[in-house]
Design a protein around this ligand. Structure first.
Ligand code: PEP
Length: 251
């Protein structure tokens, strides 16, 4: 039985003070939550304060990117050691905003995934098609390419620490959500690719999140699909009430 995982991607939002207020609000209802794994991914600048606020909590800490290098002359980058020092457990990799605005390719994402796994950080690996690609009937081709490329050379055992997020780009921040059927279909497809890559056991155990305008009003239906094991939440994670309600929809 796969435990559902709901992660809030705060993106480039929240000052330190705002981040602490938000996480305290979430903590007030979810600190002891064991039924669903709840993860918050603040910006780097707020990680230390949010990490301190989460001490003794069941809520996990994540971040939104990570260097594929260990240390050294990489101006502006953040390493796995720096993240682990702050008790970060999850790292979102290959988000469509990183792919489209910062040129992250599957190869780069793959290097980061390997670096994360080698250093006990759990990657949340994002894949998803654009509207143009969907309308051209290329959804499966694009998603398969991203899954195989971003997760190349990952072993079945390593997959236990991997989460995949299916995020149709046209649904991110747009208010448009994939229908439950559209989402379930792609999730099942992703699981079938993983089965082909590393076998049945790893495919069965893999958690696949849906991301793209998930909110309290649509979360329950999406999360009740057989291959949808959680959500990666953008806009609705910036407010405690809506994030809590989405986590509760997964219980
Ligand atoms: C995201 O950016 O990962 C996301 C799903 O955003 P939103 O929920 O705002 O669509």
């Amino acid at each position: 039985m796969r435990k559902k995982i709901i992660a809030g991607n705060w993106k480039m939002n929240k000052t330190v003070a705002e981040a602490v207020t938000l996480v305290q609000g979430i903590q007030a209802e979810l600190a002891g939550c064991l039924d669903v794994e709840a993860v918050v991914c603040p910006p780097f600048t707020a990680l230390k304060s949010v990490s301190d606020a989460l001490a003794d909590s069941q809520i996990k800490l994540g971040c939104q990117n990570m260097s594929d290098q260990d240390n050294g002359a990489y101006t502006g980058e953040i390493s796995h050691t720096m993240l682990r020092e702050l008790f970060v457990k999850y790292v979102i990799l290959g988000h469509s905003e990183r792919r489209s605005y910062y040129g992250e390719t599957d190869k780069i994402v793959n290097r980061k995934v390997k670096k994360a796994l080698a250093n006990t950080l759990r990657p949340i690996v994002c894949v998803g098609e654009t509207l143009e690609q969907r309308e051209a009937g290329r959804t499966e081709q694009v998603v398969e390419e991203q899954v195989r490329g971003s997760l190349a050379d990952i072993t079945a055992a390593q997959f236990e620490d991997v989460v995949v997020a299916y995020e149709p780009v046209w649904a991110i921040g747009t208010g448009k959500t994939a229908t439950t059927e559209q989402a379930q279909e792609v999730h099942a497809f992703i699981r079938s690719i993983i089965r082909d890559m590393v076998g049945e056991k790893a495919a069965k155990g893999l958690r696949i999140q849906y991301g793209g305008s998930m909110k309290p009003s649509n979360a329950k239906e999406l999360l009740s699909q057989p291959d949808i094991d959680g959500g990666l939440i953008g806009g609705a994670a910036l407010e405690a009430r809506s994030f809590i309600d989405i986590v509760k929809a997964g219980m």
